[in-house]
Design a protein around this ligand. Structure first.
Ligand SMILES: Cc1cc2nc3c(=O)[nH]c(=O)nc-3n(C[C@H](O)[C@H](O)[C@H](O)COP(=O)(O)OP(=O)(O)OC[C@H]3O[C@@H](n4cnc5c(N)ncnc54)[C@H](O)[C@@H]3O)c2cc1C
Length: 481
């Protein structure tokens, strides 16, 4: 076993981990990143095949954090494109422009449905006025109390249960307030019902996108880290912490890298790996920690990346939300709508987002069978792929969404307490905090942890966990103006 020494060890090389390494290296610290996958980027990686490029779900940069956006602009130079987002909702065999156009609603939706939605909505407001409601516990309660049963059954219930693979009665109401696209869609649904009138909210239609996909940003950042002397170990992971018996600090970390083991002496650890995995490294023999960790789970996603002959556009939209529960996908994306660099000249592509968990049929089915099913189903959404498909391959994100099942916050809090026992360990990012955060918030958390490390002062894990993800502002305006 070889031995080495660093100031800061970063576990996980996604946006949060890379940001932490960047900030610490700029402060002159010796930093290592240990990443389990063969390359950096995490959920923000981009995959290339035969000249077609696909993100894991199609990311965009929209942030109210001007200082962060300035850093990204400086890093990317002219490789950053300004784009305009175009989204539509596929519902009941129709497509609705988003933001909605009043004339389109009037012609496409049955008046009886609109009337029922308005009555349900008024009923909820009347119950509010009586003022004897218990707090919203579940997603179902949260939505139905705000929008009424008809709208819940029309869109929120089916979409949410398909996305999560669980009943909306078992999902915490926290999800409703944190899920960006659902908040948008709530506005849409109210307009569908004619309950909300007037001009649509100003959505962040413009965004920044790196030429070559979101992964290009993290490839550039990886080169920057290399120039700063950060060492990156891919296909590697931490297998044990050795803690100081006096104060609980982590002094040595045992790493597995390829076929060998490395003993690393370090001054601190910023972890962006799943919260339960980090807590288990700190307290490997603690039964309660293991039980709390086992109670938290993630929703996985499979992305079916379909390569097409003939020119773009295919969808004529950046995103198509698919609400119908009989169709197995939740979203479609067209990479060329984000950047022409995503497909070869004269070709097009579509990415189909399928919520599913490891071990299930949808997660494991062959690309061919899934693609055939998708081609069949997409006809109902008005997307004709037959005869154009050159090939299809899948990418998978088993940790795509932290699952906010009822009571999740109690288990998460217990794991924060386990982490707090090691005063030189920070847990940050989407997996590290078991919190639905965007790329910019994940990076901000990485910066914050690195600054605390440089100052030699660690706050309680809940302090960084509370950094504002601010989805409403994030969606309502962008630094692009
Ligand atoms: C479908 C989808 C669409 C999204 N769209 C957007 C968008 O448009 N805009 C936006 O801002 N955000 C978007 N996001 C969110 C964004 O992807 C995340 O906020 C961001 O990737 C979080 O960064 P992170 O570093 O915290 O986590 P991750 O990106 O998940 O990185 C964690 C890293 O840790 C590694 N790891 C895990 N376990 C271990 C281990 N034991 N040892 C070593 N390494 C390990 C993983 O391989 C991974 O590389 C989207 C997310 C999804 C799922």
């Amino acid at each position: 076993m070889s031995a080495a020494e660093v100031d800061l060890l970063v576990l996980g090389g996604g946006p949060a981990g890379m940001a932490a390494a960047w900030e610490a290296a700029l402060a002159g610290k010796r930093v290592w990143i240990v990443e389990r996958e063969p390359s950096l980027g995490g959920l923000c990686a981009t995959t290339e095949r035969d000249g077609f490029r696909f993100d894991l779900g199609g990311h965009r940069i929209v942030s109210k954090r001007a200082a962060l956006v300035d850093r990204i602009r400086a890093l990317m130079g002219d490789a950053l494109e300004e784009r305009t987002r175009k989204s539509v909702i596929a519902l009941r065999g129709q497509r609705f422009t988003y933001p909605l156009v009043a004339a389109e609603l009037a012609t496409k939706l049955p008046p009886s449905l609109l009337a029922r939605a308005a009555v349900d909505y008024a009923r909820e407001r009347a119950l509010d006025a009586l003022g004897r409601r218990s707090p919203d516990a579940t997603f179902h309660q949260w939505v139905e109390r705000r929008f009424g049963r008809t709208l819940y059954e029309l869109f929120f219930g089916p979409y949410t249960e398909k996305l999560w693979g669980m009943s909306a009665d078992e999902l915490s109401s926290d999800w409703a307030s944190q899920r960006l696209s659902l908040l948008n869609l709530s506005d849409v649904a109210l307009r569908l019902a004619g309950v909300r009138k007037g001009a649509a909210r100003t959505y962040a239609r413009r965004y920044l996108y790196p030429r070559g996909g979101i992964g290009a940003l993290f490839e550039r950042l990886a080169r920057e880290l290399d120039a700063l002397g950060v060492r990156v170990l891919c296909d590697a992971e931490a297998i044990a912490f050795d803690r100081d018996p006096a104060d609980g600090s982590v002094r040595h970390v045992r790493l597995r890298a390829g076929g060998s083991q490395i003993e690393l002496r370090c001054g601190g650890v910023v972890s962006t790996i799943p919260l339960d995995a980090c807590a288990t490294l700190i307290a490997p023999h603690d039964r309660a920690t293991r039980e709390h960790g086992a109670a938290l789970s993630h929703r996985g996603l499979r992305f079916l990346n379909v390569m097409l002959d003939g020119p773009a556009p295919v969808l004529d939209a950046t995103w198509v939300y698919v609400a119908d529960p009989s169709l197995f996908m939740t979203r479609l994306q067209e990479p060329a709508e984000r950047s022409r660099s995503m497909t070869p000249e004269g070709k097009a592509s579509v990415m189909i987002e399928i919520p599913c968990d490891p071990g299930t049929h949808e997660f494991n089915a062959s690309d061919e069978s899934l693609c055939e099913r998708a081609i069949e189903q997409l006809q109902d959404v008005g997307v004709a792929l037959r005869g154009r498909v050159i090939g299809a391959f899948s990418t998978r994100a088993p940790y795509a969404y932290p699952r906010y099942a009822l009571g999740y916050d109690r288990h998460r809090d217990a794991l924060f307490s386990a982490i707090a026992r090691a005063p030189n360990v920070w847990t940050v990012g989407r997996q590290g905090l078991f919190r639905y955060v965007f790329m910019d918030t994940a990076m901000e958390m990485g910066f914050a942890a690195a600054r605390e490390f440089v100052r030699g002062q660690r706050s309680d894990p809940r302090t960084i966990a509370a950094i504002d993800n601010n989805p409403t502002l994030h969606e309502a305006q962008s630094v692009l103006g």
